[in-house]
Design a protein around this ligand. Structure first.
Ligand code: AHR
Length: 662
């Protein structure tokens, strides 16, 4: 009897669910990973940016290969206060590790006498500290804050017999010392020395000085200074203010390390993940394709850890065993500089890709899982998404290598969602050929890229409506409209409505690039502009954040209606089942307010009061260091009826969130 009652109850509840569903508007599910981030070390986004290291060229590895005018002592100054003298050279015979070949050698022959200088020159420099050493000016100076601590470290070894005293200090432009510690180098082998420096005053043009104050000869390398406060207090960590801007977006995933940086300029410059893990002093630094240097201090471990820290899925993009087709600047003549890993080395290369998955997900008993555990992360990173290739030219060499990698990964790790590539443009030869390769391999997802005018986005709001649902899914891995004005951001918002509407076929999307440092910007437009002390957020950032923090899992059709001939309007309605909210996004890309009709009557038990956020402005408004908040979202609560006309302000994105009655 009991069984029959339970059975009847189950049938009735199923019928209820069906009845409710019948009443609901037509819907489809949205990819849970739809809105994420693209991170590339372009515009000094990593070294000198998100990576909190304050010393530039800490390992004396800068060279003309990075930048024609650079050398091992770039951003260092040979410093011999108070008539001291000696010698400075760069050597490679006995490095800390072969991966990190250059180091500085200081010979201290004579330590001057402070009173001599004071008497003759009246310079109270360094409180009279004399010695022979090095001064680092950081990435455009070092900023310190009164009362805050800075973690100094360096590797050193004695070349002569007697221990050598070293004074470590932070010095302002006037020569005054703002923090100081003493260490003694007494080891003939490389040893790491550390000290904590507490700043007695704030200063925005500080140098770090390493000054030997007794005679002898010693080697120095990996001279480093980190603020004690990093994001989540991680060692070798990230700048907290910049990292927080990303955490605030609650991105579903983070793609790294690029961009063109991933496939590099020529075979020797490909980003090889194994070179970027393990102790920082053993990582291989290399030139950055964007004309500077990458230390690999922000390496794969740090990327994965950051993803985990902010609840984003890691999305590493590995080269498809070919380099950038624009290697050597060949974009000027059509990009024929692609180099391919020789077929004889492909077995090893494919293994490198498989090893990454083992490193990220394998048990601590596996070879690569053990390395992850040794770095302090025994639990797996739960890697699911892996990109192979970045907007490569689709040549026969590419195709052959991509297929080899693809087949090996899907065979060994069928649960990995592999992402292929479809060239640098929204259409054209590489786009067509990239999709053809996708069709042949049945790759999970295809990475499309396009940087376009806002008008292009507005004309292509329905691009994905007609995509074949039986084929590979889409990752819109890099896109932006050219500009950081309100009109750019609003055009992107209108286009993102189309991504949501097609969230069943568009699995992932990320605006690019992310960061740009003042005076070091190679690529405009970007999402966040920063300098050593702060940042400003662009209207484009606000749009991205409004979408990623208001994602839904189900898309409902026909809730918002407007004149279908009006191509300046776009709107979506989604449900976020976790928060239990119905979320409307309404975009008006015109210079006049416009009306849209909202009909919520299909949703039962909705509280007719919405949390409303609006981002709007004049079409050419933008933010800047001087006026960082000219364009920003504003928030209020509005009362509605089930059916109402919404007045969308000119050039605006509105988000309306409704809750259900309990
Ligand atoms: O986002 C900047 C660059 O644009 C990327 O490195 C590259 O993939 C694209 O061409």
């Amino acid at each position: 009897m009991k069984k029959i009652t339970v059975f009847i109850f189950l049938i009735i509840s199923q019928l209820n669910i069906l009845a409710q569903k019948k009443d609901l508007p037509a819907s489809k599910s949205i990819s849970p990973n739809l809105f994420g981030l693209f991170f590339e070390d372009i515009n000094y986004a990593a070294d000198g940016g998100l990576y909190a290291e304050l010393v530039q060229n800490r390992s004396f590895e800068y060279s003309p290969n990075d930048n024609r005018s650079w050398h091992p002592f770039t951003s260092w100054e040979y410093y011999t206060p108070v008539f001291s003298y000696g010698d400075l050279s760069v050597e490679t015979t006995q490095p800390i590790h072969p991966n990190n070949p250059h180091y500085a050698v200081l010979t201290i022959e004579h330590i001057g006498v402070a009173s001599t200088e004071e008497r003759f020159l009246k310079i109270p420099e360094n409180k009279g500290i004399a010695g022979v050493g090095l001064k680092n000016t950081g990435f455009d100076n070092i900023i310190i804050k009164a009362g805050e601590s800075y973690n100094f470290s360096m590797f050193s070894r004695l070349i002569t017999e007697k221990p050598i005293s070293i004074s470590i200090f932070l010095q302002n432009k006037k020569g005054e010392i703002l923090a100081e510690k003493q260490i003694v180098v007494e080891n003939k082998d490389w040893k790491k020395y550390t000290a904590t420096l507490k700043a007695s005053a704030s200063n925005d043009s500080t140098s770090l000085v390493v000054l030997a104050t007794s005679t002898g000869k010693l080697a120095l390398d990996m001279v480093s200074l980190f603020p004690e406060k990093t994001f989540k207090n991680r060692q070798n960590g990230l700048r907290p203010d910049l990292a927080q801007t990303l955490a605030d977006m609650k991105p579903a995933f983070i793609r790294f390390p690029g961009g063109c940086l991933a496939h590099g300029e020529g075979l020797g410059n490909m980003y090889r993940w194994k070179n970027t893990v393990g102790p920082v002093e053993t990582r291989i630094a290399q030139k950055n394709i964007w004309g500077y240097h990458q230390t690999a201090g922000l390496g794969y471990f740090e990327y994965f850890q950051f993803c985990e820290d902010i609840g984003a899925k890691p999305l590493p993009v590995l080269p498809a065993a070919v380099s950038c087709q624009n290697s050597g600047g060949t974009w000027r003549i059509g990009g024929t500089g692609q180099c391919a890993v020789p077929m004889a080395e492909m077995g090893e290369y494919v293994q490198e890709v498989l090893d990454l998955i083992e490193w990220a997900n394998g048990p601590v008993t596996s070879k690569w899982g053990a390395l992850r555990a040794a770095a302090g992360h025994p639990e797996p990173f739960n890697l699911e998404l892996v990109g192979i290739g970045n907007e490569d030219k689709i040549t026969p060499e590419f195709e052959e290598r991509f297929k080899m990698i693809h087949n090996a990964v899907v065979t060994k790790y069928p649960y990995i969602k592999l992402i292929g590539t479809a060239g640098p443009f929204h259409s054209g030869e590489d786009f067509e050929k990239g999709w053809k390769v996708a069709d042949q391999t049945n790759v999970h997802i295809v990475d499309e890229h396009y940087y376009v005018q806002p008008e292009w986005l507005m004309k292509n709001l329905h691009r994905y409506d007609s995509y074949d649902r039986t084929k590979s899914k889409v990752y819109l891995g890099e896109y932006a409209s050219w500009g950081n004005k309100v009109k750019n951001a609003i055009a992107e918002a209108a286009f993102m409505i189309g991504l949501e509407r097609n969230g069943d076929v568009v699995s992932l999307a990320s605006y690019a690039p992310l960061f740009a440092k003042k005076n070091h910007t190679q690529w405009r437009t970007d999402m966040i502009f920063f300098d050593n002390s702060g940042y400003f957020l662009t209207p484009n950032y606000h749009v991205q954040k409004l979408f990623s923090t208001n994602m839904g899992d189900t898309y409902f059709e026909n809730i918002v209606s407007f004149d279908s001939k009006d191509s300046t309007l776009a709107a979506s309605c989604v449900k976020n089942s976790k928060s239990g909210e119905i979320i409307l996004k309404l975009v008006n890309y015109s210079n006049d307010p416009k009306s849209m009709k909202v009909n919520l009557s299909k949703f039962k038990n909705l509280v007719l009061e919405a949390d409303q956020t609006i981002l709007k402005g004049e079409d050419n408004d933008e933010n800047s260091f001087e006026n960082p908040e000219k364009v920003k979202p504003s928030n209020t609560t509005i009362k509605t009826t089930k059916v109402f006309d919404y007045q969308a302000p000119a050039m605006s994105l509105s988000i309306l969130k409704f809750k259900f009655k309990n």
